[in-house]
Design a protein around this ligand. Structure first.
Ligand code: ATP
Length: 513
């Protein structure tokens, strides 16, 4: 009893160790894969689906490792042992049992396939439900502002109902499978009994041997039933985790293997660059030719959808051009190590979404080895130090989920401090469209001017009044460069698009002119 108890203790513990270690490794592998996948992948998937894969799909493995695999091993030993004992008792009767094995296996495979497909459909539907939760929670203010709670509730309930239906469909196949195995195994037992009794009547078998035989057969058929159940569970897990395995087979972005110069100088050129988003088969940039000198400040202007953001996304190599190439200091972008290249580029986005840690962590996001002094210096240069110091916890203030506890202007200055700390050679500024009060705007402009000094800068400009002094303005329209030059030169062209854009903005907000 003591030995049995000790074994049970270590068996349970070691199975859990294997199980939890596997879950940990699979989760890590999935996350590592997801985070290194190219942007093309994220264009096709939704965040909720991916989080569901990591959370719900991975958990499906738990029961299989913890319960099913040991059960299968146990039943396999029973099966081999039982059949050996039966064979020793009566070869004729063993034949009856062995004939049933291939039949049972074929049927188990058939049911297994059905359950695998159902389990995959259930997990897919579950992931759709997760997507609804994720998206509505991310945009909870809009949900409330549009009083769409009831509609969202119905949408989620509908999705859950579908998951419920798929799960029940799988359960139906499982129940049919169980019923079939009850008939098949008890049928085998009955046949063995019937045949054994007739052997006994003809004196070919003793009552003792028949009793022994029936006892072993009960063992074997029981083991077969359990093995079939375990097989079904494994099929279900394989179905549930199919998308995970597909995910792990996706191709990641290339890792940096080639050597690169210490730092870029800052020359950038677009050489006949065309681009089509993989998810939408329409070319959005057409044969772009643009040469930018190191330290030059370029403003990208143009109507909405002209391709300004796409151009900067190509610069960061979030996507690869469909034709043509981009060169940095005369070197083809594709030949440069990807992560190294991205470290040379800083971005201050239009919507500054922060991570839910402290202000200090957020500023140091691009350079985790920065000292507290460097962080404070960056914040001072970004005109952020003053408001940060005014918080009771200073640099250790928590910014809340995605930075919601800070104002738009404060978030933007944190993003500027982050870029200053990163000290990039090339800078991308996506100008905020929302107007700030003139004091904050002036503080941000001063911070941006400091940040831009000595760096090749691309400004995605929405308000033309802010870009009069840049070196060159590039006007994009429908994916092509239609005008290029200084503000004065472009404004002088009364027929030009830039002039028209200025006129439209002037009419909309005369104070900008
Ligand atoms: P805005 O001033 O409104 O921000 P933009 O000039 O920056 O516009 P882009 O965002 O570059 O324009 O978009 C250019 C075109 O590419 C648009 O037609 C847009 O619909 C399309 N587009 C942008 N992002 C994607 C994407 N991830 N997948 C597919 N198409 C996209």
């Amino acid at each position: 009893i003591a030995a049995q108890a000790t074994l049970a203790f270590y068996a349970g513990l070691s199975m859990q160790f294997v199980c939890q270690s596997t879950l940990r490794d699979v989760r890590n592998a999935c996350y590592e894969k997801i985070i290194t996948l190219p942007m093309t992948f994220f264009g096709q998937r939704r965040v909720g689906e991916l989080t569901s894969r990591i959370a719900a799909d991975v958990n499906q493995i738990e029961t299989t490792i913890d319960t099913t695999l040991p059960q299968m091993a146990r039943q396999f030993i029973f099966l081999v042992g039982g059949i050996t004992m039966i064979a020793v008792t009566s070869l004729k009767l063993t034949g009856i049992i062995l004939v049933t094995v291939p039949v049972l296996m074929s049927v188990a495979i058939f049911f297994g396939r059905k359950m695998r497909a159902c389990a995959r459909a259930t997990q897919d539907q579950l992931a759709s439900g997760h997507t609804i939760v994720e998206e509505t929670l991310q945009a909870i203010t809009s949900v409330k502002a549009f009083t769409n709670e009831l509609w969202e509730k119905a949408r989620y309930a509908d999705s859950n109902q579908k998951t419920h239906a798929f799960a029940l469909h799988a359960a139906r196949w499982r129940a049919i499978s169980s019923a079939f195995f009850v008939i098949a195994l008890l049928g085998t037992l009955t046949m063995v009994l019937w045949f054994g009794v007739s052997l006994m009547q003809h004196g070919q078998m003793t009552p003792g041997a028949l009793t022994r035989f029936v006892l072993y057969t009960v063992f074997v058929t029981g083991a077969m039933g359990q093995a079939a159940e375990a097989f079904n569970q494994i099929q279900k897990t394989l179905g549930s985790t199919q998308r995970l395995r597909e995910l792990l087979r996706e191709e990641s972005e290339p890792s940096d293997s080639t050597s690169a110069p210490a730092r870029l100088h800052g020359d950038v050129s677009f050489d006949g660059v065309c681009f089509t988003y993989p998810t939408r088969k329409v070319e959005v940039l057409h044969s772009l030719e643009l040469n930018v000198r190191a330290g030059e400040c370029i403003a990208l202007v143009g109507p909405s959808g002209a391709g300004k953001s796409t151009l900067t996304a190509l610069l960061m190599r979030l996507y690869e051009p469909s034709y043509g190439n981009i060169q940095f200091d005369g070197m083809d972008a594709g030949s440069l190590p990807l992560k190294w290249l991205r470290r040379q580029i800083g971005i201050v986005p239009q919507e500054c979404i922060l991570f839910g840690g402290t202000i200090r962590q957020n500023i140091a996001y691009g350079r985790s080895d920065a000292t507290p002094q460097e962080i404070q210096l960056a914040a001072q240069q970004a005109n952020a130090d003053e408001f940060i110091q005014a918080f009771p916890n200073g640099y250790d203030t928590l910014v809340g989920d995605r930075g919601v506890q800070l104002s738009g202007g404060q978030r933007q200055r944190i993003a500027i401090a982050r870029a200053i700390l990163k000290n990039p050679v090339i800078l991308i500024l996506d100008e905020a469209t929302n107007s700030l009060d003139s004091h904050s705007e002036q503080q941000i402009q001063v911070a941006l001017d400091r940040l831009m000094q000595g760096r090749t800068t691309f400004i995605i400009a929405h308000r033309l009044a802010t870009i009069r002094h840049v070196d060159r303005i590039v006007v994009l329209a429908q994916g092509s460069i239609v005008e290029m030059g200084t503000h004065d030169a472009l404004f002088a062209n009364t027929e030009g698009i830039y002039r028209q854009l200025c006129r439209l903005q002037f009419q909309a907000s005369p104070q900008d002119d």
